[in-house]
Design a protein around this ligand. Sequence first.
Ligand code: NAD
Length: 275
Amino acid sequence: MGQLEGKVALITGAARGQGRSHALALAREGADIIAVDLCAQAPTVPYPMATPEDLARTVREVEELGRRIIPSQADVRDLAALSAAADAGAAELGRLDIVLANAGISSPAPTLDMDEATWDEMIDINLTGVWKTVKAAVPHIIRGGRGGSVVITSSAAAMITLESLAHYSAAKAGLVGLMRVLAKELAPLSIRVNTVHPSIVATEMVLNEATYRRFRPDLAHPTRADFEAAARRLTRLPIPALEASDVSHAILYLVSEAGRYVTGSTQMIDAGGRL
Ligand SMILES: NC(=O)c1ccc[n+]([C@@H]2O[C@H](COP(=O)([O-])OP(=O)(O)OC[C@H]3O[C@@H](n4cnc5c(N)ncnc54)[C@H](O)[C@@H]3O)[C@@H](O)[C@H]2O)c1
């Protein structure tokens, strides 16, 4: 019997990367999944974003585990689309217990050089998009009357500073404020709310040419190995980056019975990088 047998989880950014890893981790523990992703390019993002084929792969892999999954192509900036996805998923799967607000973008630029569209799109997706996700989905947890769990994917960048990430850090730090207030408001209903704060995770958000160049501006054609050598400076444990599954393990703890009295917390997963 899995730890999440009979539960249903809504996950944003579920087409690939950490979101897909979380979907599979929760499905392995018995949860059915409502999978939301934009599956399109955001104009200010300098790396290829997820595609409909990526979301189809998440669907296939969850189904191969014997779990049900309801996919939706929806933008976390679009409250009506998120509500439609949450409503349809909860109706089909019968309930909602867990919300993972994981969708996000990265678009590094020096603070004073950054254009307005880059700032605005970051705040719209990485901060306001999380509020819209909880606004659309959490009422279904409340309606169930059984309590539940919300995990918001923030970042180590909410706690430590990196050049060219002012908009990203501002959004991710803002999520901590959102999480704390929500945790207080929802505690009487036995709904827990926490944030996770990963440092660099080996997903397509960072495994791309634009990131390699940012870490190694001295090289004409930096490779993944060049990037990893530079990224080692950001951790204390001897690794260049986390795997998506490392974040999934932390989330599994937070959403399962093991974390039943954990709420309002900020879980760092940073290989000691902040030390
Ligand atoms: N990769 C890292 O180093 C790292 C570190 C700390 C935190 N994070 C955070 O982890 C989360 C997941 O990122 P990842 O590493 O899996 O990267 P990723 O790019 O592989 O996945 C992000 C997913 O979010 C989706 N998405 C983006 N904008 C969306 C929108 N407007 N509406 C719906 N879906 C949207 C993308 O299509 C993609 O599938 C993000 O919030 C990111 O900021 C990443």
